[in-house]
Design a protein around this ligand. Structure first.
Ligand code: APR
Length: 321
């Protein structure tokens, strides 16, 4: 099988970890693009010089030229400015929209058949803008948010219940902002409902509810928690790992059901917006969207999240994008 070609647009913190993970997992040859001269060349040289130790033969190239991404199967986009302390995701809108427009034009011209995974924030707006500017079919333009948000939620549950995080199944839907919707009722440990385990642990339903509410709000604020601690940028290991899980589902045609920011065409009662919902990912990108029943409270939270996405997209349009 010919090696895949994976283009990474943005060679900063997340872009660097993506390149290293792709090399170590031998997922494909890497082209790391950034506008800063010499910077992506330096990163790929550094990672390539670990090839002997990593036992990998993938080829890594750093570049400032879009033509080098020609023929890429997958493009992962992190170009943009990360959130600084005290800055909301929405503050980033204008700056990152300008960048995303340039990126979409470059990818459209040089990698028109690629499947695109976007990480840049504000996520829901950036995915919408990329699809609009590139004109790519929506099943080939997806956003990474839910995999990370769900991994964060799962991590907190595993710590609380003192079980392996590998046995936790928990999903977070909605927009990638403070209104995201961790699905408490569906969260389970190899099939055992998390709420039941909490109630047994605390022998008190009210206390169990309180503990779950704390995990839900920590999940919603998890990006900000890391920003506050790092002081010089936002999370980068976990977003990179999450996008790699999506890329693997596509490269290996795994049909994985992952919470993903995808374009909705009436599913979940939403028409014409990119929103985080469960989707099956395979070699064509989004294979299908999986609907599920929400109870009244979950639906209200989901509707609130949809409204936040709609406001974000409307703001971006008002700003001329
Ligand atoms: N084209 C390509 N790359 C660009 C452009 C552009 N027009 N403008 C900026 N970049 C590059 C920067 O030079 C930088 O190297 O994007 C890179 C972003 O890297 P970091 O600043 O290190 O940010 P990172 O932590 O990787 O996060 C990237 O992902 O999670 C989101 O909020 C985060 O939007 C941010 C993005």
């Amino acid at each position: 099988m010919a090696r895949k070609k994976i283009a990474l647009i943005g060679g900063g913190q997340i872009g660097g970890v993506l390149a290293q993970l792709i090399a170590q997992k031998k997922l494909g040859d890497v082209v790391l693009f950034d506008i800063v001269e010499d910077f992506p060349q330096g990163k790929t040289l550094d990672i390539a010089e670990a090839s002997r130790v990593d036992g990998t033969d993938v080829v890594l190239k750093g570049t400032n030229t879009y033509a080098d991404i020609t023929g890429s199967d997958i493009v992962i986009i992190t170009a943009g400015l990360p959130r600084k302390p005290g800055m909301s995701r929405d503050d980033l809108l204008t700056t990152n929209a300008k960048i995303m427009k340039q990126v979409a034009e470059g990818v459209k011209e040089h990698a028109p058949n690629s499947i695109v995974i976007i990480i840049s924030n504000p996520l829901d707006a950036m995915v919408t803008l990329f699809q609009k500017v590139s004109g790519f079919p929506t099943h080939r333009v997806i956003g990474q948010a839910g995999v990370l948000d769900s991994s964060r939620f799962s991590t907190f549950i595993a710590w609380e219940l003192d079980v392996s995080v590998r046995d936790i199944n928990a999903m977070v839907l909605g927009g990638h902002g403070d209104t995201m919707v961790p699905l408490v009722r569906y969260a389970n440990v190899n099939g055992v409902p998390v709420m039941e385990m909490l109630e047994r642990k605390y022998k008190d339903a009210a206390k169990a509810k309180e503990v779950m509410e704390a995990m839900v709000s920590r999940t919603k604020m998890a990006g900000g928690e890391v920003v506050k601690l790092l002081k010089t940028g936002s999370a980068f290991y976990s977003p990179a790992a999450s996008a790699i899980a999506m890329a693997e589902a596509i490269i290996y045609d795994e049909n994985r059901l992952l919470p993903t920011c995808v374009y909705l065409n009436g599913e979940f009662g939403v028409d014409g917006y990119y929103v985080g919902v469960p989707a099956v990912l395979g070699e064509k990108g989004v294979v299908r969207i999986v609907e599920l029943t929400l109870d009244e409270e979950e639906q209200a939270a989901f509707d609130k999240s949809i409204n936040a996405v709609k406001t974000l997209v409307a703001d971006m349009e008002r700003l001329g994008f």
